[in-house]
Write a protein that binds this ligand. Sequence first.
Ligand SMILES: Cc1ncc(C[n+]2csc(CCOP(=O)(O)OP(=O)(O)O)c2C)c(N)n1
Length: 205
Amino acid sequence: MNIATSTPARNTKVMNRFELTKRLVAQLKHEEAVIGGIGNANFDLWASGQRPQNFYMLGSMGLTIPIALGVAIAQPQRHVIALEGDGSLLMQLGCLATVAERAPKNLTIVVWDNGIYQITGSQPTASAASADLVAIARGAGIAQSAWAADESEFDQLVASTLKGGGPTLIAARIDGKPAVGATDRDPVQIRERFMQGLGVKRGTA
Ligand SMILES: Cc1ncc(C[n+]2csc(CCOP(=O)(O)OP(=O)(O)O)c2C)c(N)n1
């Protein structure tokens, strides 16, 4: 399958974020870092089983991909995955151009496109109407960007991106079901666990 010519958004199946998150995490065998975006993206990551290499973004939209980019640059031997909602990505589209320009081979972006700002009341996002996030990513220079047609193609795209050759963006249309869990809101613990999980000692500043 050629990732650059895969299915247009309108032909893709509407899937479930928790189901896809579990399928993605099941493929992680090398202490890959996963950054979960604000709200539902990190709630479902939390519910899929906590790993020391998971970072749960609290509070700010649009920071998942910039954080993942920083980790990918700092630790080029480790694969890094960003899980971000469509609304949050739309708030920070410029990061796609920065990812393309820095071109880290070890970075994968997964976009959960439910066409709504679900956690604040399901107001529609621009991707529900006209914005195609895969086309935008390609236009920003991330050539390896694709819609996942169904769960099986999602698995294949994840397996392929984990081999390297990124940056890669995988977008999945998802339903409006609520997240399965809720992340413990303890930012210090989240940071400390993540730094331990990445084998990074804290400075003494
Ligand atoms: C900079 C910023 N603006 C607004 C908010 C309020 N807010 C929190 S989550 C959210 C919606 C997120 O939508 P999306 O990323 O699509 O995820 P979903 O809720 O659909 O899973 C909004 C508007 C915020 N936390 N930060």
